[in-house]
Design a protein around this ligand. Sequence first.
Ligand SMILES: [Zn+2]
Length: 486
Amino acid sequence: MRCRAVDTQLRFDPGLGEAFWKAVQAIPAFPRGEEVRLRRMIFESNALERLPEILSGAGVQAGAPLLVVMDETSMQRGGDDLKPLALAIVQRAGWSAEAVVVKPDATGQVHTDFGQIDYVQSRLSPGSAVLSVGSGTITDIAKHACHRFEQDTGALIPLVVYQTANSVSAYTSNMAPTFVDGVKHTLSSRYPDALVCDLETLRDAPYAMTAAGVGDLLAAGVSFADWYLAYSLGLDDAYTPLAETLMGPLSETLLYLAEQVRARDLQAMAVLAKLIALAGLSMSLSHATTPLSGFEHVISHVLDMTAEAAPRPLAMHGAQVALAAVRVAASYEVFLRELNPTAIRWEACFPEAAVMRSGVADVFASIDPTGRVAEECWRDFAIKLEAWQGRRADLSACLADWPGIRGELTRRVWPVRTLRRIIRSVGLPEKFEDLVPPIAEVQARQAFLSAHWIRRRFTLGDSLFFLGWDRQALWDRAASSASAPE
Ligand SMILES: [Zn+2]
């Protein structure tokens, strides 16, 4: 079948430079006075050749030591070995470029943790500059190493991010998801100074990573609703519609784009890279990952924690998130249809902290017998529990206005069939067992049932838990609607 050419027009196109920033700053929800140092984002065929000019534009002085941060993975681009090619291009242009190669840990993968961040930071000196060549993890390590060096020394480190896959929204974000004592935390970090998306590099990236990039965006199918729900319950005053405005009609764009992405069309690579860039900016400008990270991401974090503890490799982030998003969307459909505000058992909705504390300990004992992970999770859960207990009046108001709030939530949750259609057309795994490495259905259910214990963030998962919903039965129904024939 011949694919139609992509003519997807984004309302906010990050490839338009200052015109883009002008349009974004005019959005009423734009945080006033906010300075974003990332001014330049290039989404072009053969952008690789423009690296020297982009480095200069980002303030990298001629002759400055340029550290090129990468991992050991060999990457192909149009039949060439990408990393030596990128190094040769900047060396030829006169930089004393030196590769800084981070090594995998015991799981065989490189993860963002302080071992890696400290290693890169130790290679920096005032006057040096960084070019990261890699996907999300390398970008986060490089970004956070530069950030910490800047914080510690007051010296500015120009950072240019060369994005090697359309995989996650790390490239334009000023946050770094980092493993601290086995638990993933989102740390405040910095923006890069420039982003380079070379369409040939993105086209030739392992396809599973590209599909996962689409998968990560599917979080929006439930996360906008989660954030609105937390806001309605008085549990997140930071809510802003900025991300929803910036991302535009995302489900329609992705339905339209999925097949062209699968065909590795260069223009589709550009549009996907732009959507991913917008996602990173949406979160950064909202000062939280919350707009694009709700219950589905918390489920994914629990799956990652379990894998880290095993230890076994993590499944592809976006592919895992997409499957979790389908289950959460299916759960929302039931919740929105069946919640009966008059049937809430109030006395059971506000449990004692001591009972909750032993609940956390029980759930995480199998992941980490030392109790460190449980302690770490409890710190976040205790904050969430206290906030929830202090908001009885908001719950009452929310239930009194349930038809209105249900309407707002329904408008934000994408239909399960839309999510499944995008997953199928882009070629993402359709079952947890099809992830690499596979995740057993029973393990996914466990993550769904225990996700509320981690993170301060309040999502549908927490509402179901506190309202005493039969979550086992809900998971079974969500599972069957996620696999029902269309
Ligand atoms: Zn994500």
